[in-house]
Design a binder for this molecule. Structure first.
Ligand code: SF4
Length: 269
């Protein structure tokens, strides 16, 4: 089957499909996307300055697909892909916001694992999450069950994290997050964007030496099995974002590698 281009993939995602793709992902291989969030509006607990979905409308849990609709879509697509001999390397929960905000997230992950075991046992289950809800026992338990929990840590310094990710909760802080991430006992992937710029007159920068030292200390404590480090090379909703050079990513990557971690570096276009 012909793979979707990035543009086709985005068009598909913007449509009313729960399951879209697969697309070729450099990190995940052939990746079948699953969006369990509304199709018309972003639903997220963050408002990251670099979010490709733009800034959130207020959190409204309307228009969420049901677990039956998700299962049907996933089964139908996997059966098509079996016929086409094109099973994906990963079933990837991503989409218009934060997937763990779906109230049935745990049941959906349980369903996806059993559909995967039945139809595509070699395929990994991946969840891209901003990690804001891992203190919820059900969310934590679900993320521990998937093959690739990819969790966001943009800064180990609360003030900077709040400027970059703009969490809706006024209590959300990096110290608590780092503490909770340690509970994964290393079986997680940390995803971090290097970014500096300005939004609504507030400057943000997670690339200073002070930031990097705090970040490396957090990574040392969390001990993830991999770190995905990236920078932006596409338009973002913030007023101004400076392009961080690949060389800077490479220098931080070398310091992470020195801690004994596996590291993946990329520029998101
Ligand atoms: S966590 Fe993801 S979806 Fe939510 S605002 Fe940030 S980039 Fe956008």
């Amino acid at each position: 089957m012909k793979k979707l281009s990035e543009a086709e993939f985005e068009a598909k995602r913007a449509s009313k499909q729960i399951v879209y793709g697969p697309i070729k992902s450099r990190r995940l291989g052939c990746s079948l996307g699953v969006n369990i969030l509304p199709h018309t509006v972003k639903l997220c607990s963050f408002d990251c300055v670099y979010c490709e979905c733009g800034f959130s409308t207020p959190e409204k849990k309307e228009g969420l697909p049901t677990i039956n609709q998700i299962e049907q879509s996933l089964r139908n697509r996997l059966l098509e892909l079996i016929r086409e001999k094109n099973l994906p390397d990963s079933i990837t929960f991503s989409g218009n916001g934060e997937p763990t905000l779906h109230p049935d997230f745990e049941e959906i992950i349980g369903m996806a694992l059993s559909v995967r075991d039945e139809l595509a046992p070699q395929t990994k289950i991946t969840v891209l999450s901003n990690a804001t809800r891992i203190e919820e026992v059900k969310v934590f338990r679900s993320l521990k069950m998937v093959d690739n929990p990819i969790l966001k840590l943009d800064s180990a310094v609360t003030e900077t994290m709040r400027k970059i990710d703009m969490p809706h909760s006024p209590q959300y802080n990096s110290e608590g997050l780092i503490h909770r991430l340690q509970d994964f006992r290393g079986n997680l992937i940390i995803q971090t964007i290097l970014v500096r710029g300005e939004h609504r007159g507030i400057k943000f920068d997670n690339t200073t030496e002070e930031e990097i030292e705090a970040y490396l200390e957090a990574i040392r404590k969390i001990g993830p099995r991999q770190v995905m480090l990236y920078a932006l090379d596409r338009p973002a909703p913030a007023d101004y974002i400076e392009k961080v050079k690949f060389q800077e990513l490479a220098e931080l990557a070398a310091r992470i590698r020195d801690l004994g971690m596996s590291i993946d570096v990329s520029v998101a276009g």
